[in-house]
Design a protein around this ligand. Structure first.
Ligand code: NAP
Length: 305
């Protein structure tokens, strides 16, 4: 049996410029800066092997000023596609030939598919998030009152998904309040349906401040962290345990540790908490399906992670 060649931990733009392929060939990857931490190769390579697709997925360290050239090269080298992570999801927009509806609305792409010499952009974060919530808490977004912390790329994908699934309520809390307001405004047309509600608005923007969060906690079911707070060792939880309550479900999109500061805070408050590994898995499975038009082997990918 042919032995798969061990991949380098990280490739660079220099490697792409003087591409010397391995066996099986690298036709997929993740572009990021930093990218060393990415767990995507583990799950995508497990899926490729399982589906007997003769190619590999690698990490590429691509800095912001290298993105244009790197995207051009994957087109020329006939890659199947790439994932984009920090800080490329927004910057990639102007390099796309075709953007799907989600990408246009979220203004961020996390999946690129190369087809017919064109770069097609997709965003699987929102749907990946919805599947993760279903898996972790056995509930659907449409039944929930959701508080999202953040208004960046991940928060926009999550907020749009809540809107599309007709969530009971959506509150967007952000450090820069005007960005939360802008995001709420952009989603207003999707929150017009009749819903039975209490004394609080169905769609609301608030500052990421203690008093505002304290008031909202009694009126939400799911709290989602879509900020990077807690990513680095020693960072505090975006919401302290004293502001949480046992009735809420807490989803932290961060997956750098099993018990992120927010997950620890939720357990301390007697609430249920989950980290972002399940979202990573499901957004990756959806990317696999975009690239290959075949069902992703979820359990194999989960094991790979
Ligand atoms: P982004 O576009 O840079 O947005 C960052 C958001 O976090 C902004 O709303 C920003 O507020 C806020 N923020 C940053 N630092 C903060 C601080 N110290 N205190 C309070 N708020 C702060 O980033 P992104 O792409 O949305 O990613 C956000 C997080 O989502 C990342 O940490 C990543 O781990 C996670 N994520 C996970 C998955 C997954 O599959 N699990 C997928 C995507 C993203 P301002 O507007 O005030 O700057």
């Amino acid at each position: 049996m042919k032995k798969r060649k061990t991949l380098k931990s990280v490739y660079t733009l220099g490697d792409l410029k003087e591409w010397r392929d391995v066996d099986p060939p690298i036709r997929l990857g993740v572009f990021g800066d930093p990218v060393e931490h990415s767990l995507s190769p583990q799950m995508q390579n497990a899926a490729l092997k399982h589906r007997k697709i003769d190619m590999q997925y690698a990490r590429f360290h691509v800095s912001p000023d290298e993105l244009r050239e790197a995207m051009d090269l994957i087109r020329k080298l006939e890659f199947v596609g790439v994932n984009l992570t920090i800080p490329h999801k927004i910057a990639a927009l102007e390099l796309l030939d075709v953007a799907d509806e989600n990408v246009k609305r979220i203004r961020a792409a996390n999946v690129i598919k190369v087809g017919g010499g064109k770069l097609h952009g997709f965003n699987t974060d929102g749907r990946g998030f919805a599947r993760a919530v279903r898996e972790e808490f056995s509930v659907d977004l449409r039944d929930l009152r959701v508080l999202v912390l953040g208004a960046g790329g991940a928060a926009r994908a999550i907020a749009l998904q809540c809107a599309k699934e007709n969530s009971e309520r959506l509150v967007i809390a952000n450090r820069s309040f005007e960005k939360a307001e802008k995001l709420a405004d952009e989603l207003r047309d999707l929150f017009v349906g009749p819903r039975v509600l209490g004394p609080v608005p169905r769609l609301q923007a608030i500052p990421l401040e203690e008093a505002a969060i304290r008031f909202q906690i009694g009126h939400v079911d799911l709290v989602v962290n879509a900020t990077p707070m807690g990513l680095n060792r020693g960072e505090p939880s975006p919401i302290p345990a004293r502001l949480l309550a046992p009735h809420v479900m807490v989803y932290d999109t961060i997956y750098s540790a099993e018990r992120t500061p927010l997950v620890s805070a939720s357990l301390e408050a007697g609430a249920r908490g989950a980290n972002g590994l399940s979202m990573l898995l499901h957004q990756g499975a959806l990317a696999f399906e975009i690239w290959f038009q075949r069902e992703a082997p979820i359990e194999v990918m989960r094991k790979g992670l």
